[in-house]
Design a protein around this ligand. Sequence first.
Ligand code: 2ND
Ligand code: ZN
Length: 371
Amino acid sequence: MGPHPRDWLDGSVTTPSRYQVHRAPKVLLHDHLDGGLRPQTIVELAAEIGHELPAADAESLGRWFRESADSGSLVRYLETFDHTVAVMQNGPAITRIARECVEDLAADGVVYAEVRYAPEQHVTNGLTLDEVVGAVQEGFDAGVAASGGRIVVRQLLTAMRHQARSMEIAELAIAWRDRGVAGFDIAGAEAGFPPTRHLDAFEYLQRENSHFTIHAGEAFGLPSIWEAIQWCGADRLGHGVRIIDDVTVHEDGSVELGRLAAYVRDMRIPLEMCPSSNIQTGAAESFAEHPIGLLTKLRFRVTVNTDNRLMSGTSMTREMFGLVEAFDYTLADLRWFTINAMKSAFLPFDERLAIIDEVVKPGYARLIDEG
Ligand SMILES: O=c1[nH]cnc2c1ncn2[C@H]1C[C@H](O)[C@@H](CO)O1
Ligand SMILES: [Zn+2]
């Protein structure tokens, strides 16, 4: 195999400090709006609507989310969302949460983000699907303005895989495609709910020349990834971590890819990897043992993501610095992940290129120059 892109850069030997990782431009493709609320905001919104929380103050509530999500099971991890979704049932609350999300990402050095949520989960108190998307967009616009335009943000609309509203949500994504929505996703419990359940929605989106990612290969293995790509036509894989089951490392150190893993790598299918989330749901043991290390070495199209900042107590800086500590990654490696992510974004090509050339590359060049 030829040189890894990281070797093309001066400064590739420097291991960055946490502060440098914080300042580096970062790109986030997989982050859930309802998994990233500030604990203090939940406390305040719950008091307004009389929703009972499992903890009274912001600090203990934050701890409750992290500990409850740390169960080793995706299904139990997902139960914690009952409390975030409960406080996201009216327009002003949703707008506030969306604005704070953008402010928090911008403060963490994220320059481009695609943030997802399931509109169908926010209609309990009478909001229409359209009003939910509008409330999120209002918050995103306010957050971008508050951050002085240092970040570009798009929505991804998620359909819940155990429900039957995916076609409706896909149509909603198309209706909003020029007003802040960049694509579509399915999420929720994976085992028992294969992506092909929603084939009509994916086929519709393809006919509309739209983009979608599918949570696959997180709590269930290769068949889920295979269906997502070869039946549904996913542009990207949410997690996709279990693709490692199709990679064999022989005793002499040589590596063999099965047909599906080879296809994913050959076709440059982006993997939205979320290390901390995987450790909590039991898909990986630790940062050091996370398949992202081998998949990066093998030059899959790997990207680094947060998934749920509240449940994992994390940020892009923390995920990336965790990888730096586990694998001795350099600024050039982090630049590689970041450009991978930007190349894989559901944004038009010229806009992706502009962010790579005008924001990502100069930002890393400045850090690398500092030595
Ligand atoms: O990592 C995940 N896997 C599957 N589903 C998830 C994950 N993180 C969040 N979700 C679910 C719970 C949320 O309520 C929903 C929409 O954001 O998506
Ligand atoms: Zn997710």
